[in-house]
Structures are given as C-alpha cells and as structure tokens.
Design a protein around this ligand. Structure first.
Ligand SMILES: *Cc1c(COP(=O)(O)O)cnc(C)c1O
Length: 360
C-alpha cells in the first residue's frame, strides 16, 4: 500500500490515524456488531457519537453556551441560500466579495432580498483582502457576509471586518480548526467539512441562539430552517451519520495533538516552509500579496503555462497529487490543510528546488 501526498483543495487529505481507526471499526463498531453506516441514527451508539462530536468541537473552538452547533447537509453552497432565508429579516445584507465562493453566496442572496457588494477584490483576480476597517455598511443590514479563507485564491482575512455592530456571517470551510477563533465575534460560522475536517456531506453551522427564529422568508422549506435543526439537535431527519462519525474522530485527534493553539503553530511552520521557498525562488512565485496569505491554500505560478503543466505532471509522477491550480488562477495550488504532514511540504519544496535547477 502506498499513500501519496494529496494537495487537493477538497475533498482533501484526512489524518491517517483517523482512517486506520475507522477501518478497524468498519465491521463492528464497539461491540455493536455493525458498522456506523448500518446503524439507526436514533440508536444509543449513534447518540453517543453525535453528542461526543459536538462536545469535542465545542471544546476545540471554545464555543459559548449561547451558540448552537448544527450538523447539516447540502454542502457549504446550500448555506448560501439558507442564510438569507433565515437571517434576512429586513431583506438587506452586505457582502464582501473576495473570491468565487463569496461571489456565489452574494449572487444567491440577491434572489431573496437586497444584497449589496460593499467591497471586492475582483479588480486584481482576488489576490488580496480589501481594507474593511471602515466600510459603508447599511443601517438596516441584517448581516455582513465574508468568506474568511478563499480556497481558490489563497487569501485569508487576518483581521475581521469592522461590521459596525452588525451580525457577522462567515464561511470558514477551508480554514476551520486551523487556528483558534473567537466565536463571539460572529453571529454564524459555517463550514463544509470536506476541506479541513472530514468526508464530504456534512456542513457544520455554529449559530448564535438569538438568530434562530421561526421568522424565515415565506416559503422557506422545513429542511432549510435553522430552528428545525436546532430544536431537534441535528436529528430532525436522518443526518449524514457516517460523516459525523469521522468528523468526531478528527475532533478527538486534534484535541490529542494539543488543540487549535498547537494547530496554528504547526500550520504556521508548515506554510512558512513553502512561502519562504516561493519568496527565494527565481522560478516559482506566490500569487497573493504577503499580508493576506492563507495558511491553508497556497497558489503559485512559474509565469509560463507550459512549464506549469510540466511541473504538475512531473510532481504527480513523483507522488505529489492534485497540485494543478484552479482554472481561474492557473498555475499550481498546494492545499496544506491540518492533515497534510510537515514532511509532505518539506518533500514538495525539495522537489520544487530540483525542478527549478533542472529547468533553468
Ligand atoms: C469548497 C468551498 C465551498 C463549497 O462547498 P460545497 O460543500 O461543495 O458546497 C464554499 N466555500 C468555501 C470557502 C469552499 O472552500
């Protein structure tokens, strides 16, 4: 058996320990004689799984008691509609557009009310985060929306926007659990888990209780009401049970590693290996301005499309998978989520050095 280094932006690499544990429990989960996949979501065993998962996530992120944790479905993209349907009381929302995902969320919100882009970095292919210290936030805005880490472009908000007292809603799909977060600064955090936590099919929403109301837009489907899921502890209908089980294992794994302060330290060291090389290389260049660089997604280019393609091909042959950049940026992108070992990045940089020497 040979595992490659998987630099995919998502679904992405998972901790090997977690996969091994899941494999060992595949046929018989803790003496139940069945797999978690085969189990009733109303069973004692699954109740234990989902309750432990929530408890461990609360511990990792230090989530206050006045926030609910919901395990939902529909991908992060379904939240693009669910958010306006549930939170647009005045039908007014302000969006900060820093990439494709923020733009999609913005366009979706326009279907439900008066959504406005109050800042954007589209003028420079989303290669920076706009100054958000003094934005023109509308007086009656129901919320201000950001995508905190821009998976495609490799930028990250290092300071949160000044929302002038308005509720902050944030898509943390590609940075959740990479470092500590002050949950109290947000009204709603959501994340598709397939980037930095678990298998595709689970979306986590962390939502302040006062935002969970029956007062949704007319016609909002039952399944798209936060209140329904909150009142039923994420068990209104059959949840993505196996996915939640794997997420729970990842939460325990991160707690065992020392929690999010420790992850931040590791992620900073890991990203620095790649960024330091990009800053010193004659051939490879990062595409993002330094202050706004993501710790998770690192896009880079050689400036020559043919050379980029050659690099991706040779890297793949050497066991470094999924390095091709998103079509809107071109070049390469290395996603180095929590589960990418330090050694994977060190070896990638060695490979890049050799490639540069051989292709001068
Ligand atoms: C991947 C991604 C999405 C889309 O996730 P789906 O689960 O495929 O809908 C949304 N936002 C961000 C930041 C992402 O990285």
């Amino acid at each position: 058996m040979a595992r490659i280094y998987n630099f995919s932006a998502g679904p992405a690499v998972l901790p090997e320990e977690v996969l091994k544990e899941a494999a060992a429990e595949m046929l018989d989960y803790k003496g139940t004689g069945m797999s978690v996949m085969e189990m009733s979501h109303r069973s004692k065993a699954f109740e234990g799984i989902i309750q432990d998962a929530e408890k461990d996530l609360r511990e990792l992120l230090n989530i206050p008691d006045n926030y609910k944790v919901l395990f939902l479905q529909g991908g992060a993209s379904q939240q693009f509609a669910m958010i306006p349907m549930n939170l647009m009381k005045n039908k007014v929302a302000d969006y900060i557009v820093t990439g494709q995902w923020a733009k999609k969320a913005f366009q979706e919100a326009k279907k439900y009310g008066d959504a406005k882009a109050i800042a954007s970095s589209e003028d420079k292919t989303f290669s920076y985060i706009p100054d958000c210290s003094d934005l023109e936030i509308r007086e009656n805005a129901d919320y201000v929306y950001i995508c905190e880490n821009n998976t495609i472009y490799g930028t990250k908000f290092k300071t949160l926007p000044n929302t002038k007292g308005k509720t902050l809603v944030a898509d943390l799909s590609s940075c959740i659990l990479s470092e500590p977060v002050d949950v109290t600064k947000y009204g709603l955090i959501f994340a598709g888990v397939q980037k930095n936590i678990g298998p595709a099919g689970v979306v986590i929403a962390i939502i302040r209780e006062d935002l969970i109301t029956e007062d949704t837009l007319p016609g909002t489907p039952t399944m798209l009401q936060y209140k329904i899921h909150a009142d039923n502890d994420s068990l209104y209908n059959t949840p993505p049970a196996y996915g939640i089980y794997i997420c729970g294992k990842v939460f325990k794994h991160l707690l065992n590693l020392g929690g999010l302060e420790k992850m931040k330290e590791i992620n900073e060291r890991k990203a620095a290996i790649l960024y330091d090389f990009l800053d010193s290389s004659e051939m490879f260049k990062g595409t993002v301005i330094k202050e706004d660089r993501s710790l998770m997604n690192v896009p880079f280019v050689t400036g020559n499309d043919e050379l980029d393609a050659k690099f991706v091909k040779e890297a793949k042959a050497a066991g470094f998978e999924n390095l091709k950049g998103h079509r809107s940026v071109g070049g390469m992108r290395a996603s180095i989520y929590n589960a990418m070992p330090m050694e994977g990045v060190e070896k990638l940089v060695d490979f890049m050095k050799n490639f540069e020497a051989e292709n001068k």
